[in-house]
Write a protein that binds this ligand. Sequence first.
Ligand code: ZN
Length: 151
Amino acid sequence: MKLDSMYQDVILDHYKHPHGRGLRQGDAEAHHVNPTCGDEITVRVRLSGETIEDVSYEGQGCSISQASASVLNELLVGKDLTEAQRIQETFLELMQSKGRVEPDDAMEEVLEDAVAFAGVSKYPARVKCALLSWMAWKDATAKALSEGKTA
Ligand code: ZN
């Protein structure tokens, strides 16, 4: 697998120096696995109204899956849910592009370090690695919101 070296450095840096790793207090969590690669992630979210106060996580697996969780933490903590959803949808669009989307400035502004995963979108098996923590985050957020309503 050959990635643009700058992008590869960003991914490896997040893998070696993960942001916000470790599980902390939260409203809800989701555990997702990617059996084709052996990746696992638990994502826990803490909301304050519409604001994401924290996204904590713990997991194991390949560098792409773990770096992606670190990028997710960096991008989403402190954002409101509407903005976070826009970021998640943009990332999903990039990852489902099969390498056809060349990130432009507008996309880079939304995704920041997450544009580094652009090269990964060419490898269908690795796309699941990159999306694992994002799907777990979406799941955990949905749980947190539905529990909030019933509380
Ligand atoms: Zn993986």
